[in-house]
Design a protein around this ligand. Structure first.
Ligand SMILES: [Zn+2]
Length: 54
């Protein structure tokens, strides 16, 4: 349901409601080997509590 309208980062697979957030995540993921928590916290996974800090 909600996933259909989501924008996802093709590298880390996180989903964002905002296309710009997804683009920001993708830009970070393509140049860094780790996730940017400042961006990842805006992901749908983080909103739903599925994102576990590593
Ligand atoms: Zn990403």
């Amino acid at each position: 349901m909600f996933m259909a309208a989501m924008h996802s980062c093709s590298i880390c697979g996180l989903h964002y409601r905002n296309a710009s957030d997804a683009g920001e995540c993708h830009a970070w993921c393509s140049t860094h080997s780790s996730c940017n928590l400042a961006v990842a916290r805006r992901s749908e996974e983080a909103r739903r509590g599925r994102l576990r800090p590593s």
